[in-house]
Structures are given as C-alpha cells and as structure tokens.
Design a protein around this ligand. Structure first.
Ligand code: HEM
Length: 545
C-alpha cells in the first residue's frame, strides 16, 4: 500500500548482544501490445454484492484470514496472480473499494509507470485522510507528477537532503550510540531489551539532527515526538490497519468512520512549531521556489515524521530481525567486512567505505526485498492498457484502480531463486546486482533513479545509507545478536509471516572493552588488555590508537 500502515512492525527483544571478542577483526514489463504474444484473458474475480462483499472482504483481510492469506487464497481460487477484489477500508470511508490486484514480480512494476497510472490522492490507497491533518495542504506524497507542485516540492526535499548530506554519518553515530548504550543497560538489568521504543527515539533524534540540526529532546517537545507522531499517523492510517483488538470492537471504531482530526490538533501544532522554528534555510529556499512557508513546513513535518520516521520505525526492526535470523556465519562475515573496511579507512565510517561493503549492502537490500516496509502501492489506469503477468495478458480499462502487494511480487520465485528465503549475499557480485532491478521498496527499481518526474521515494538513497549505517554501528560494537520477535505494534495483520520465537536466548557478554572504537585486537587493548573492565572513552581510544 502506499502507506506505512502495512508495517511489518515487529517488536524486537534483544536477548543478547555479544560484544566484540578477541578476533581480528526495464523495469516495466508492461506493454500496450504484449511483446511476446501472451494470451489475453478476462481478469478473474468480481467485487460481489455492493456494501456486503466489501465488508466481508474487509473482515477477511484484517481478522479472519489476515493480509497474506487474503491474497494467497484468492491466487489459488482464481489460479491467477492478477484478479479483482475489494480492498479496505470500503464502506463508509472509501466510496469505491474495487481494485485489480497485482501479485507477481512481472505485472507489479506497472505501478511505477506514471505514463500509464495516475498517482493522485492514493498514497494511502482507496481513501485519502483529511487534509486537516496536514494543515489543509495536500502534501507531496498525494500529488501526481502531472501537478506542477509535485516537482517544486520534490525539488525542495532534494535541496534539504543535499544540503545536509555531510551530517548523516556523524549524527547517525551520535543517536544510535545513545541507543545501544541504553539497550546495553537494559540487557544488563533485565536480560533482554526492547528494540522498538529506543529505535523510535534514536530515529527521530537522528532525523531532526541530520535534516535540521536540532535535537528534539532539547526542545519543548522533549521526549514526546515519537508518541505524538504515532497518534497523528494512526489518524491517517487507522482505516487501513489493525491494532489487534477484537474485530467487533476495532472494525466499527477504526474502519467504518473517520476519526476526527481535532483529536491531534494541538499535538500536531507542537510538532509543526518546532519544525518551523528550526528550518529557516528550507523555508527560505521554498519561498524562492514559490512555495509559502506554511506549505513548506507542513511538507517538512510530513516528510520527516511520516515518510522518514514512519519508514525507519518499520524497517529497522525488520532489518534487525533478518540479521538476527541470518545466523552466526553471516553475522561473522558482516563483522569482518565492516571492521576491515573501517580499519582500511583509518577507523572512519565514510560514504566511500559504505560502498565497499558488498555483504552489508546485500543484506540491507535482501531485508527490503523480503519485507518491503510499505508493501501496498496503488495507481489508477490513465488509459486502456494491457498488463502482463508471467503467463497471461489482461486488459485494464481507463480509470480502474490497480493495487500491488509488493511482498508477494518481490518474493516471486520466477524472478528470485528461493524467493521466500532470506539469502544474505543474494545481491553480491555482478549477477546479484542485476537483480536489484526487481527490488521495489522505493516505488521503483533499486537500480533506477528518483526524479522530479516520477513517484519514486525522495529519500531512496538516504534510507539505504541509514540502514547500512545501522548494520555498521551494530557490528562495530558486537560480534553477534540474538533476537526474539514479538507482537507487532501497529497491528497483527502486518505481522503475518513473522514467527514469534526466541532465537538462542543467551546472556550478553559482560565485556566492557571499547575496542570497537580503535579496531584493535581485544587482547591488545591499551587500557584493559582484554580483561573486560575497560574504562576508556571513545575519545581516549581514538587518541591512543
Ligand atoms: C524506510 C524508509 C522509507 C520507505 C520504506 C519509503 C517508501 C516510500 C514509498 C513506497 C513511496 C511511494 C509511495 C507511493 O506513491 O505509492 C515513497 C514516496 C516518498 N517518500 Fe519515501 N520512504 C522512506 C523514507 C523516506 C525518506 C527518508 C524521505 C525523505 C525525504 C522520504 C520521502 C518520500 C517522498 C517525498 C515521497 C513521495 C515522492 C513523490 O511524490 O514523488 N521517504 N516512499
């Protein structure tokens, strides 16, 4: 979907972080006339009885089947990865829940072709949240590239990201060092630590610091930022998510009528004011581009808090989950790769260094392939077109709504060998890199470029970099991690496919050595000589080593 509601949003409990030990350290497959003559078939499925069938489908989707089974059972029923069905919310929030779903890697990319599909007001699917939640403005994510404002606002975000690019690596280090220190204290006290809440705090702090140069904790927001954002996002996404409450309570409450925007009005104002006070350089640039300061600021709040924070809130726990599950051998190789590149760059994490980390890059892409953080995308046919799945062509009429569930498209076994399995080094090497064409998390191919003319994520490169940095920070500090995947925070349907089990519960190694800062053999630490009671600070280490 075009929203973050689809959070594969695992709550992670770290069971163990083992400190470093003494080791050395074309996309479009769509054509109006199919290139290879595939048989054109009628699209299977129907929309059933108005009102009743969309309601029944909604209950199946959220409660009686769950999202993945909702799609998969109908693939079996229709013997097709393209078919007609209803998507939530349906009555009485969206006027038309009818869609044609695309569930394979060949038909899905039509959603990226803005000459064929319109992307106006469908970021959240078949309904759009009230603009009262964004200051009365239709923010960038809801604009089609044919609207002049789209290019202006996207240009402004490119300006922001470019102006602040040198702050990304240092600010990430600051925010996530704080997070790991917090996790270590929790682990020491309780034997396990929740990842999600500290990740939220670190991600929000990192975004505010790296984009705008302020630490939210030092403002009037204090620690309230992530909580306010969650409430504000809930009002936008409530109709398309489940919180895991009993269906007869939750469905009437969340999916039948819109919750009024005034519930978060004063909280949202607190966010807006802080951003307004701290973003002069972007507000001024916006004015030069012809955008008033209010509109710029509401867009900054949305891009930072919804697009960026929402994405990191979902994706970082997912990434940790896959790293945790990838096992000792992959973790060991990651640690070796990361430490060796950092060592060869004089102990520094640099953009060039990140580029040299082939396995780290691949693991991030693989996590994005397995669990795209925003798995549903929508597009409305601009004209009559033909869409091809692997074996069949389908005629789509102008105005029909297309909906792709990306998780099935990017696990398509006719594109990816062992598509349902996490293969850490899948994208290493020339052959592996070619497959990036089919990694679609950013609303476009991973080897494509986000431009003013398309709807690919404005933060594509930023996200990939931040995710690599998380892996780097992790393995500069620890040899291995063990995780327990818990209940999803934003609803259980987003959780399907995630097993809840403890992976090798263990104890955190009690070593306190800070050798990760200087990247030397543990036993050679100038401070503790490997006895595990190192008192060195990072500054000491850098000075000495
Ligand atoms: C893990 C993090 C992120 C994920 C998973 C993500 C995903 C996406 C997706 C799927 C879309 C397309 C939605 C659609 O139209 O169907 C999108 C659009 C967008 N994203 Fe991201 N995003 C992330 C982070 C960011 C960041 C850091 C920014 C910061 C600038 C950003 C800014 C945007 C904007 C402005 C759009 C609309 C682009 C346009 O209208 O052309 N996103 N994102």
């Amino acid at each position: 979907m075009t929203s973050y509601s689809s959070a594969a949003h695992a709550t992670l409990h770290l069971r163990s972080l083992s400190k470093q030990t003494p080791r050395a350290i074309s996309s479009s497959s769509i054509s109006e006339t199919p290139s290879i003559k595939l048989p054109i078939k009628k699209i299977p499925g129907d929309y059933g009885i108005p009102l009743i069938s969309p309601l029944k489908d909604r209950l199946d989707y959220f409660y009686f089947q769950g999202r993945e089974l909702y799609f998969k059972s109908r693939i079996q029923k229709h013997n097709s990865t393209v078919y007609r069905t209803n998507m939530p919310p349906g009555p009485f929030i969206s006027s038309n829940p009818n869609v044609v779903v695309l569930l394979d890697g060949k038909s899905f990319p039509v959603l990226h072709d803005v000459t064929k599909v319109e992307k106006m007001n469908l970021f959240t699917g078949t309904y759009m949240p009230s603009t009262d939640l964004t200051g009365g403005f239709r923010v960038l994510s809801y604009l089609d590239p044919s609207e002049p404002k789209h290019a202006q606002l996207k240009q402004l975000l490119f300006f922001l990201l470019k102006s602040r690019r040198d702050h990304v690596i240092p600010e990430f280090h600051v925010s996530f060092t704080e997070m790991f220190e917090h996790l270590e204290a929790e682990l020491a006290a309780n034997g396990k630590a929740d990842f999600s809440t500290p990740n939220d705090t670190a991600s929000f702090g990192f975004l505010c610091r790296s984009f705008f140069g302020f630490n939210p904790v030092d403002t009037k927001l204090g620690l309230d930022g992530p909580g306010i954002i969650s409430k504000w996002v809930l009002l936008q996404l409530g109709p398309v998510i489940s919180l895991g409450l009993p269906w007869f309570i939750e469905d009437p409450l969340l999916h039948t009528f819109r919750l009024p925007a005034f519930i978060v009005k004063s909280d949202y104002k607190r966010l807006y004011d802080i951003f307004y006070e701290n973003s002069d350089f972007v507000l001024d640039e916006g004015e030069k581009l012809g955008i008033c300061k209010e509109e710029t600021c509401h867009n900054l709040v949305f891009a930072t808090c919804f697009n960026s924070f929402g994405g990191m809130k979902i994706f970082f726990p997912t990434l940790m989950k896959w790293i945790g599950r990838s096992g000792g051998s992959v973790q060991r190789k990651l640690a070796e790769e990361i430490r060796s590149v950092v060592r060869s760059n004089g102990g520094k994490v640099t953009m060039m260094g990140l580029e040299q980390m082939a396995l780290t890059k691949s693991v991030v892409y693989e996590a994005l392939r397995m669990d795209p953080p925003v798995p549903l995308q929508y597009g409305k046919a601009k004209r009559d077109i033909v869409i091809e799945s692997h074996d069949t062509g389908f005629e789509i009429k102008k105005g029909e709504m297309l909906c792709g569930f990306q998780t099935l498209a990017t696990r398509d076994s006719r594109i990816f060998e062992k598509g349902e399995e996490f293969v850490g080094d899948r994208f290493v090497g020339e052959k592996g890199e070619k497959l990036l064409e089919h990694v679609l998390w950013s609303n476009g191919p991973e080897n494509g470029t986000t431009t003013l003319a398309n709807k690919q994520c404005a933060g594509k490169d930023f996200v990939v970099m931040a995710a690599r940095l998380l892996v780097v920070e992790l393995f500069l500090r620890y040899d291995s991690i063990e995780i327990e995947v818990g209940t999803a925070q934003l609803g259980r349907e987003f959780h399907s496919g995630v097993e809840e089990k403890i992976l090798n519960p263990g104890k955190m190694a009690k070593t306190q050595c800070l050798k990760s800062f200087c990247l030397i053999e543990y036993a050679d630490c100038w401070c503790c000589q490997g006895n595990g009671i190192c008192h060195a600070t990072q500054a000491d280490c850098l000075k000495r080593c």
